[in-house]
Write a protein that binds this ligand. Structure first.
Ligand SMILES: [Zn+2]
Ligand SMILES: [Zn+2]
Length: 263
């Protein structure tokens, strides 16, 4: 294998893992756990939590608390990561620092997730550090076997691929919190958050952020027929298989009658 093809494969693997994590984030962490707009079968929840623990090290309770605070103070004083307060570029490149800073505040965790129930994975001691380490080791062991490299070279490449995946995942999340509050179109003018379809395509629908802020409990992020939320067909499939449940009444939609009257 040439060096170039190894780098390309490593980038592709990192991108695929970051994409799986993004789907798990929006379906499990965001729509189901944080906003409770979706109920997942415990086994699906377990698998998605496991994936996130290995690929990102995120703790669901911390994520939910910081994100609920973001909705409560959206783009006002108190928002943990508003581009209107911190500046667009700062949130785009330092979103992870702002997130970490907020997770250190016990008051945020207690206020925004008062009745949180830990699951099996949450109860594993040091899971925040242990998960990513196991994830890295899995890649470090599988890369030499898959690509026919020495243990040293393949192992190091596997670890580098894990970090590349983490960087991609962090950046995708930062795009939602920064540019999807400033750049793009709005179906709902009452929200500062914006929709960007191309961001939605690489963030499992999260880029339809204006719709989400208007309908936080919606299981889908799309409000218009032509908008594409890549996680929505996955949720529909899980629902058809009896592995997920959502309420039709909370689904996002544009009120066309109201729009006509306003025109
Ligand atoms: Zn937002
Ligand atoms: Zn949300």
């Amino acid at each position: 294998m040439t060096l170039l093809s190894i780098i390309l494969w490593s980038t592709l693997v990192a991108f695929l893992i970051a994409q799986v994590s993004t789907f798990c984030t929006t379906i499990y962490l965001h729509r189901a756990n944080t906003h409770e707009g979706l109920k997942l079968h415990p086994f699906i929840g377990f698998l998605m939590h496991l994936e996130l623990a290995l690929a990102t090290g995120i703790k669901p309770r911390e994520w939910a608390a910081v994100h609920r605070k973001h909705h409560r103070f959206s783009d006002q004083e108190g928002d943990p990561h508003s581009p209107y307060i911190e500046g667009l570029w700062r949130v785009l490149f330092l979103n992870v620092v702002m997130y970490k800073r907020e997770t250190q505040k016990q008051e945020t965790i207690d206020t925004f997730t008062p009745n949180w129930k830990d699951d099996l994975i949450d109860r594993v001691p040091l899971i925040g550090d242990l998960g990513p380490t196991i994830g890295m080791l899995l890649l470090a062991v599988s890369f030499p076997l898959i690509f026919g490299l020495s243990w040293w070279a393949g192992g190091l490449l596997g670890i580098a691929t894990w970090f590349l995946n983490a960087g991609m995942y962090i950046f995708l999340n930062a795009m939602i919190n920064s540019i999807c509050h400033k750049v793009g179109y709005r179906n709902f003018e009452g929200q500062k958050a914006t929709n960007l379809q191309w961001v939605a395509l690489i963030t499992a629908g999260e880029g339809l952020h204006n719709n989400h802020h208007e309908f936080p409990r919606s299981a889908t992020m799309k409000a218009r027929k032509w908008e594409i939320d890549p996680a929505w067909p996955v949720i529909r499939c899980l629902t058809m298989l009896g592995l997920a449940e959502y309420s039709e009444s909370t689904l996002a939609r544009v009120d066309f009658d109201k729009l006509r009257k306003a025109a």
